[in-house]
Structure formats: C-alpha cells, structure tokens
Design a protein around this ligand. Structure first.
Ligand code: PLP
Length: 301
C-alpha cells in the first residue's frame, strides 16, 4: 500500500484484495459460504435460509451465490419491513432471495418457530446457515484464504515471517486464517464494542479444527469507533485519504477500522522488533475482506 506514515516507520503494508473476487460475493463471505452452499446442494435442500440486517454483506453474498448456483435463498431480516427496502435488500431480492422480516426481539434469539412451518410447506427441506455464516463450514472455507496468502508471501519474502491482520465480526474468518497461517502472527481487529466474547469462540474453532496449539494470534478490542457500524468523522476522513492514495475502496464497518488499527498500533510501537508481546515483523498483510456494497448504508463519496 501507499501509506506515507507507515513507510516512515519502516512498516510495509500489503493489502490482500479479496474485494476483487467479485462485486457480488466479494471478500470473506465468498469463502464462508462456499462449503455452506456445497453442503446444501449435497443434502438436496430445496432452499438455503440465513439471517442478517438491512445492509448485510452476508445476505447479499448468499443471494448472489445462490443465484449463480441455482439454489433458492431465503433471507430472514432483522426488524420490520419498511415501505422502501435498503439497496442491499433490493439487490438481494433481485438476485432471487425471498425476504422475511422478524421483529428485533424474535430476531435476537433467531426464533423462527412461527415462520418455519410456513416456509417448509412452501419450499420443502431447508438448510439453515447461521447469521454471518458463522459455522464450521464457514471457518473451513476460510482456510483457503490463509493458504493463498502464505504462498504469495513466500514468493515475496521467502521464509521471512509476516503479520496477518483481519477485521473481526463473528471471528469465524479470523479463526480460519489463524488455522491456515502457521507462519504468520495474526492480529484480529474487532469491530464490536463490549466484552470480548470472540476470543473463546476462536479458541473453540481452532480446537474443532485440531489446531488448538496455534497461539500466535491476538485480538484487539480498542478500535471499534463506538461499536458496530458506528463511524466517526476521523474514520471517514482517514478512509477517504487511503482510498485516494491507493485507488481502492474501503468500507467503514470493517476494513477502514482494520487499517485504522494498524496505523494506531504502528504509532504505539506495537510492531517494533523489541516489543516482545507482538509479532516481530514489519511486513503486514491486511485483508481487504470486501463488503463494499455496505457503503451504501452511509453517506459517503
Ligand atoms: C462479515 C465481514 C467481516 C467479518 O467476518 P467474521 O467472519 O464475521 O469475523 C469482515 N469484513 C467484511 C467486509 C465483512 O463483510
């Protein structure tokens, strides 16, 4: 990346462009949904059902991938239906996804007990995927991310170590990355505010993958900018500047917060070679996990 402040600190940041996979199922959701869709096909499911909010990257990607593969998708949306759908849901619908709305309270516990008999009757056997694709199939899909990056970094740096940084929502992508990046130190940047409920989940995924011994990772909880999908003017300005310098687009929910954290940690000396708590590498790979369609939920250029 072109990033003068970090270059001045002798830190090289490489952006892994998973946003370039496709505008429709870009980024980590492609990996997280890959085995979920394959499993649904293998089970002979009539449709695949999942959950998300009005600007959900997950529902959007699921709808697009379902259309591509000829699999019926059903989106359970948090909240009540409004007269005008969000652009995300409008697109999901045009990709063939059937949308149902669930009040916030029922949504919280993903209680679809009233809806399920109706859906079963209408569609037949349904395959359920958790919100955000947070299941073992989702984590497994992300193993390909770490493996690809490792190969590329070997080509660039030989055997030298590198650091892998990734925005973290549910932590399932990050778990897959850790499991497939034994050579890298992995730093996750949580976009959620509050007590860390993610680290135990990551340990559980690693354990299920038989990779419990991998401890070269840490999760940062300090760069959420007020919580999920909250933005500050500083964040938006920072994001626009990096976008212009690198001819890329970022999203304010995930990737802008990730890069912000990398900058803050660099300033704090986290990546200094004498910091024993941190990865001893000045080569940092930041994952561009996509999510650009979600920019439409914000008033951005
Ligand atoms: C969903 C998403 C994430 C978070 O992935 P998790 O596996 O839930 O941690 C990160 N970046 C983008 C762009 C996303 O859409």
């Amino acid at each position: 990346m072109q990033w003068p402040e970090l270059e001045a600190l002798s830190i090289n940041v490489y952006l892994h462009r998973d946003d370039a996979i496709s505008p429709f199922y870009s980024g980590n959701k492609f990996y997280k949904l890959y085995y979920n869709l394959r499993n649904a096909s293998a089970q002979g499911a009539a449709a695949i059902l999942s959950f998300g909010g009005n600007y959900s990257n997950h529902l959007y990607s699921l709808a697009a991938m379902g259309q591509e593969l000829g699999i019926q998708t059903i989106g359970i949306v948090r909240g009540y239906e409004t007269a005008k759908l969000s652009p995300t849901l409008e697109d999901a619908k045009s990709f063939g996804m059937k949308l149902y709305f669930l009040g916030k309270k029922a949504y919280k516990s993903k209680d679809i007990s009233e809806l399920l008999p109706i859906l079963n009757k209408q569609y037949g056997h349904l395959c359920l995927v958790p919100e955000g694709g947070e299941n073992l199939a989702g984590v497994r899909g992300c193993l390909a991310m770490g493996t690809t990056i490792d190969q590329r970094m070997r080509n660039l740096l030989g055997d030298k170590p590198y650091t892998l940084c990734c925005a973290v929502g549910t932590g399932s992508t990050f778990a897959g990355l850790i499991a497939s990046s034994p050579r890298a130190h992995c730093v996750g940047v949580s976009v959620l505010k509050g007590v860390d409920i993610i680290s135990p989940k990551i340990r559980r995924w690693l354990s299920l993958l038989g990779k419990k011994e991998l401890t070269g990772w840490s999760l940062s909880n300090e760069y959420h900018h007020g919580g999920y999908a909250k933005v500050t003017p500083e964040l938006v300005e920072f994001m626009s500047r990096l976008e212009a310098l690198n001819t890329i687009k970022l999203d304010p929910v995930y990737t802008a917060k990730l890069l912000w954290a990398i900058k803050e940690l660099a300033i704090a000396g986290y990546w200094d070679t004498n910091n024993r708590e941190a990865p001893q590498s000045t080569h940092i790979v930041a994952i561009h996990s996509g999510g650009l369609q979600g920019r439409r939920g914000f008033d951005l250029a």
